[in-house]
Design a binder for this molecule. Structure first.
Ligand SMILES: C[S@@+](CC[C@H](N)C(=O)[O-])C[C@H]1O[C@@H](n2cnc3c(N)ncnc32)[C@H](O)[C@@H]1O
Length: 253
C-alpha cells in the first residue's frame, strides 16, 4: 500500500493546504481482499510527490490506453465508497470516468463495488483530484466534472481547505471542453451559497439554471447524503456549463 515515503522526514515535507484530512488508511479484511483482487483492473498508478496523495507535476496518463477506447471523459473528485459513481457509470456506459479519491479504504470498497457491478468504464487514482485534474488532463478535454458532497470544512479558518474555491473553479473551467458540465451537490447551505458565488464569478462558466439545479435524477442518494437529510439539512445541486472558447484565439480558459 502506498504510504507517505519513509525516505522523506516528515518535518521536511512541505504540506500544501488540501481539501482532505490525511488519516490512517487501515483496511479491513474485505477491503484488503478487494484491493488485491481488483486493483489491477481499476487502479491507475501515477507518480507522486513527497506524500502519497500528492500527484507529481510531470505525471502523465494515456487515458485512451487505460480504458482501451476513446470516449467522452468524466472526472469525479471524492467519490468516497463510490455509491453514486457505480450507479452513474452503469447508467452511462458511453462515457469513461476517472475517479480521484485520497482515502485508500474507500478506494478498496469502491473497486469491490465496481467489480460486483461488472463495470468497465471507471478507473481510479489514489491522489489529490485537484492536482490530478490539473496534471493528468489537457485543457478542454473533460466532458463532465463531478464534485458531490465535498468535505464542508465548517470553521471559517478552514474555508481555505474547501475544494470549491476560485482557483479550483478556474482550473475546472480550463479543463472542461466547450459545452462541458460541472455538476456539484452539497448538504451545507453556506457551502452551497459560497459555491454559487465562486462559480458565478468564474470566467468561462455559466449557471445552467440561473440558481439551484434540479436534482440530477441519475444521482442516487448516498449514505453520506442520507445522513444530511436525516439531520434536516437541505441538499443543493448546481450545474454549470463551460462556455465555448473564442475559436479565433484558441484560448484554453
Ligand atoms: C464527504 S465525502 C463524500 C463522498 C461521496 N461523494 C458521497 O457523496 O457519498 C468527501 C470525499 O472526498 C474525498 N476527498 C476530499 N478531497 C479530495 C481531493 N482533493 N481529492 C480526492 N478525494 C478527495 C474524501 O476522502 C472523501 O472520501
Amino acid at each position: 500500500m502506498p504510504t507517505d515515503s519513509p525516505a522523506v522526514p516528515r518535518a521536511r515535507v512541505h504540506r500544501d493546504v488540501v481539501s482532505y484530512v490525511r488519516r490512517s488508511a487501515r483496511m479491513n479484511d474485505s477491503q484488503r481482499r478487494a484491493w488485491e483482487t481488483h486493483a489491477g483492473r481499476y487502479l491507475v498508478e501515477v507518480p507522486t510527490r513527497e506524500t502519497s496523495t500528492s500527484i507529481a507535476e510531470d505525471a502523465h496518463v494515456d487515458w485512451d490506453a487505460a480504458f482501451g477506447r476513446h470516449a467522452p471523459r468524466v472526472v469525479e473528485i471524492g467519490p468516497g465508497r463510490g455509491e453514486a459513481l457505480a450507479s452513474l457509470a452503469a447508467a452511462h456506459p458511453e462515457v469513461d470516468i476517472v475517479a480521484f479519491e485520497v482515502f485508500e479504504p474507500a478506494v478498496a470498497s469502491l473497486m469491490g463495488r465496481l467489480a460486483r457491478d461488472g463495470l468497465t468504464n471507471v478507473r481510479v487514482v489514489v491522489g489529490n483530484g485537484a492536482e490530478g485534474l490539473e496534471r493528468l488532463f489537457a485543457p478542454a478535454s473533460v466532458a463532465e466534472l463531478w464534485t458531490f458532497f465535498p468535505d464542508p470544512w465548517h470553521k471559517a479558518r478552514h474555508h481555505k481547505r474547501r475544494l470549491v474555491g476560485p482557483a479550483f473553479a478556474g482550473l475546472a473551467a480550463s479543463r472542461l471542453a466547450d459545452g462541458g458540465r460541472w455538476r456539484l451537490a452539497t448538504d451545507w447551505d453556506d457551502y452551497a451559497l459560497a459555491m454559487r458565488d465562486v462559480l458565478d464569478a468564474a470566467p468561462g462558466l455559466q449557471n445552467e439554471h440561473a440558481g439551484w439545479a434540479p436534482r440530477w435524477d441519475a444521482r442516487p442518494v448516498t449514505k453520506y447524503e442520507q445522513r444530511g437529510l436525516d439531520a434536516g439539512r437541505r441538499v443543493h445541486d448546481l450545474t454549470y456549463r463551460r462556455l465555448p472558447r473564442a475559436a479565433a484565439t484558441g484560448a484554453d480558459a
